[in-house]
Design a protein around this ligand. Sequence first.
Ligand code: ADP
Ligand code: MG
Length: 332
Amino acid sequence: MGDKASVAGMAGVAVPAAGLSDSAESDVRTVHSVAHVSDSAESDIQTGMNASHVSDSPESDIQGADVQGAGGQPLTRAQIHVGEPAGEPLLDAVDLVAGYIPGVNILNGASLTLHEGEIVGIIGPNGAGKSTLLKSLFGLVHIHSGKLLLKGEDITNLRADKLVSRGVGFVPQTENVFPSLTIAENMHMGAFQAPKLFDERFDYVCSIFPKLGQRKNQLAGQLSGGERQMVAMARALMMKPSVLLLDEPSAGLSPMLQDETFIRVRQVNKAGVSVVIVEQNARRCLQICDRGYVLDQGRNAYSGKGRDLMNDPKVVSLYLGNLEEEVQEEGR
Ligand code: ADP
Ligand code: MG
């Protein structure tokens, strides 16, 4: 599966990117400074049907129909997508049920919307189905029921290469660059569906990540982990996607490089690309997100604006508390 995801991810993305302002870099806030959060205790975060179950066994990998009885009423669409902007979403995933093996569902009715210009985060414990959700958005995991719409058009179970030509890009978590190829060659791989547009697209990605142009002849395998993530994102951007799906771009990086990665995600977003980002690094992710979804056991457990989620006591104790301790540990 990893291979399939990686290869498909190589296919890159596509969207009408808004012009990147000259000052895009200057007004990218670091994730530290983004952390300011209002004192207001008011939160419109909605509790999911599954939360109490989760608190008992946050590491649980119980999957499938047996979690149906976790309790509570199904959430309304408004509750699931609390805080979303008005209008039709760019991407609309509705009640997705999906899995790898017939009869074993990993997603048990997961929903998500992404509106033009947004960064939307998916967080949740290990094994919650975050990567599976992302892969199902990119045609890599079969959707058994539910529907997926892109700009109002049904794209449920459309193949990854078709999605790329419609403006969806995907960066898998691992094996997302060709290490034995140069940066420029990696960019060629990203633009293989539109080779004639290579020069224009390369200029475009260099306008977002100027380092790429300066180092275009360097082998991707010689780059640092953070730089490789930049190459992986850039490769997907060669198709100028409108939607970019990122699976744990900060995984395995030092805290400083993680910060750089989140800043890059914001740069990409400022260039006009709407982003869905899956992260284990939940707190830092929520700092840059407009909205976030907490996924647990293949379902929406909580959702809200990024900073509301960061401040919600239940979300903190269930999903962010431990992570915060881990981050503090790292910093020692
Ligand atoms: P997360 O990204 O939230 O950590 P995943 O979506 O990777 O979780 O995994 C969710 C569940 O799906 C786990 O129980 C995992 O074992 C299972 N899973 C992931 N990939 C595969 C696969 N290729 N085949 C079968 N099961 C898988
Ligand atoms: Mg994952």
